[in-house]
Design a binder for this molecule. Structure first.
Ligand SMILES: Cc1cc2nc3c(=O)[nH]c(=O)nc-3n(C[C@H](O)[C@H](O)[C@H](O)COP(=O)(O)OP(=O)(O)OC[C@H]3O[C@@H](n4cnc5c(N)ncnc54)[C@H](O)[C@@H]3O)c2cc1C
Length: 241
């Protein structure tokens, strides 16, 4: 399951940034999350994140205030660009619906290299077009078009991270199912976390991270008779290991 990479105490690689829940990947789920585990995760790691963040804040000095203010101004400027820029010719609604189709066609449950390549190209193109986004409503209060426009920029970043990560994984695991010759799980080459690193003016850089296995090794997820058989095999493997 994807999200901001964190350690077991919810700290990200950016000092002082803690992430938990749907936006985070603390590393406990593997390639697919079992039903109901997300709310349990939230309760456990939400408490950890709260404690860690408050301890960090209490110990932090104010020496970085100038840097933070500059960053906040930059973020503000990026958001305001959407309502200041009058030359844009790209509609938010059109870009948003094209992004949804590109991801549905290129990065759905069943995946092929060709479809994912097309998905990468389409998302790259939409990111370029987003630079020329146009918003009709220029007001600064209750402007839902502006809000959708801001969100769309981040959604395109996430879509790009997803499709570029998926195309690198030449195997099937969890909810990622290839149907073009890579139908099986390949622990030898892909028992790894995919790390997608943002680059401002280029597609993300894809790196790999180690997987820590504690109690539950990767196994087959199957149901009915096939599920019972897989459970027996997993139990045998655990006994032998
Ligand atoms: C249909 C469905 C059924 C599910 N069923 C189950 C289940 O049975 N059991 C289970 O364990 N899990 C279930 N889940 C998963 C679980 O609901 C989620 O993992 C969990 O709610 C995520 O919580 P969160 O706080 O991390 O994120 P969210 O609940 O998404 O909360 C994020 C909040 O941040 C706000 N926000 C976003 N951007 C900004 C911003 N820029 N500024 C300020 N606020 C912002 C959003 O409005 C939202 O309120 C289900 C999910 C869905 C969609």
């Amino acid at each position: 399951m994807g999200g901001i990479e964190t350690d077991g105490r919810t700290a990200s690689s950016l000092r002082g940034l803690y992430a938990v829940g749907e936006c985070a990947s603390v590393g406990i789920h593997g390639a697919n999350r079992l039903g109901s585990n997300s709310l349990a995760e939230l309760c456990v790691f939400g408490k950890v994140a709260g404690n860690e963040a408050s301890e960090f804040a209490a110990a932090a000095t104010t020496s970085t205030q100038g840097v933070l203010e500059a960053q906040a101004e930059e973020a503000c400027d990026n958001a305001l660009r959407l309502i200041r820029d009058e030359k844009g010719d790209q509609r938010i609604g059109v870009l948003r619906s094209k992004m949804a189709s590109a991801m549905e066609d290129g990065c759905g449950i069943y995946r092929t290299a060709g479809e994912m390549e097309t998905g990468c190209r389409k998302i790259d193109e939409l990111k370029e077009r987003y630079e020329r986004a146009h918003i009709d409503d220029r007001s600064r209060a209750w402007n839902t078009e502006w809000l959708l426009g801001i969100e769309l920029g981040f959604q395109l970043d996430v879509a790009q991270a997803m499709v570029y990560s998926a195309i690198n994984r030449k195997e099937s695991r969890g909810s990622h199912q290839r149907i073009d010759g890579y139908e099986e799980r390949d622990d030898e080459n892909f028992l790894k976390h995919t790390l997608s690193c943002h680059r401002p003016a280029a597609p993300p850089e894809i790196r790999w991270g180690d997987v820590t296995i504690t109690r539950s090794p990767p196994g087959t997820r199957a149901y009915g008779a096939a599920g019972e058989q897989a459970e027996k095999e997993n139990a045998q493997r655990t006994d032998n290991g």
